[in-house]
Design a protein. Structure first.
Length: 255
């Protein structure tokens, strides 16, 4: 069931989204060669603590997971696409890092992700990240009343495929509200004019996940969480929580 949010509730969700934006900015600022993923998780935890916010990630255990998620961020490096567990791995010069973070504040959830490079960036990585951001922007542009889920999916998929990248198979965006994952699902590829009708008051997490090698397959680490590219190529992830309003899309996790 899709829950439509009121204008006031969307304002309250914006407060949670602002905390997510602050956490992602702080993590990005702290990321440098020699810093561990646990260090980055600690940075995000402190931002959440100071804001009086909780984490929808910490302790989350969907049906596929062997253990509850132990961090407040997902930290995915190089060939890791999403759901990377923050551990003792230390970042190296040129690493491509994707950080996904959520916050719960006043009973509402915000969810966003950003990809960036540490130190000297490879041109191929810069292009991959820029394409993920462009795909996200294209999807957000379609998040308007009267459009359909397929319009968002088609916009994202067109940007990704035109650039020659793969799209993580079986994963996509989702509704957001009182919980992190709500209806409807938001695929990263689809046919325009198809799927659920978009209405004012819907709030969606739109999140393209790109695979640099061009294929769509992935493998799962032994930890049961981390998804990696099957071909060893690098990946990028971009995400915002977006409210559909009569005036157009409103990004709730913008800085």
């Amino acid at each position: 069931m899709v829950e439509l949010k009121t204008e006031q509730e969307i304002d309250e969700m914006r407060a949670a989204g602002r905390v997510v934006a602050m956490a992602l900015a702080a993590v990005r600022e702290a990321a440098r060669p020699g810093v561990s993923l646990l260090d980055l998780d600690a940075v995000a935890r402190e931002v959440l603590r100071e804001a009086g916010a909780g984490s929808p990630f910490l302790g989350y255990r969907p049906h596929f997971a062997p253990v509850p998620f132990p961090g407040v961020i997902c930290a995915s490096v190089n060939d890791a696409i999403v759901h990377g567990i923050p551990g003792g791995h230390r970042l190296g010069d040129g690493d491509l890092v994707s950080i996904d973070c959520g916050a719960t504040l006043g009973g509402w959830v915000g969810d966003a992700a950003v990809s960036f490079t540490v130190g000297r960036a490879r041109p191929a990585d810069r292009r991959l990240i820029a394409t993920a951001e462009a795909a996200l922007a294209a999807g957000i542009e379609q998040a308007r009343p009267g459009n359909r889920i397929g319009d968002i999916a088609h916009a994202i998929g067109t940007v990704c495929r035109t650039a020659g990248y793969g799209i993580l198979d079986g994963y996509g965006g989702h509704g957001v509200g009182r919980s992190m994952h709500e209806d409807p699902g938001v695929p990263n590829e689809g046919r325009p004019g198809r799927g659920m009708l978009l209405r004012a008051g819907m709030v969606l997490a739109i999140e393209p996940m790109l695979i640099g090698g061009g294929g769509d397959d992935h493998r799962t680490d032994r930890d049961g969480w981390t998804l990696r590219t099957s071909d060893g190529s690098r990946a990028a992830h971009a995400e915002h929580t977006v409210a559909i309003t009569p005036a157009g899309p409103r990004i709730l996790t913008a800085p």
